[in-house]
Write a protein that binds this ligand. Sequence first.
Ligand SMILES: [Zn+2]
Length: 56
Amino acid sequence: MKLWVTPKGDRWLCDDCQKDFEKAINEEGWRVAFDEKYNAMLRCSACKQPDVEMFD
Ligand SMILES: [Zn+2]
């Protein structure tokens, strides 16, 4: 989960959702403020899921 600085404020995005926001990241120049690994307390602002490893 990364904390992104965006024109509309900071937001957490998981790696999956980061792909969906790649266009905005590039066009609006988002930057990573913080990279927090495996913190189950955090929720992605897009999919509302915690950052947990999926094993299958
Ligand atoms: Zn997400």
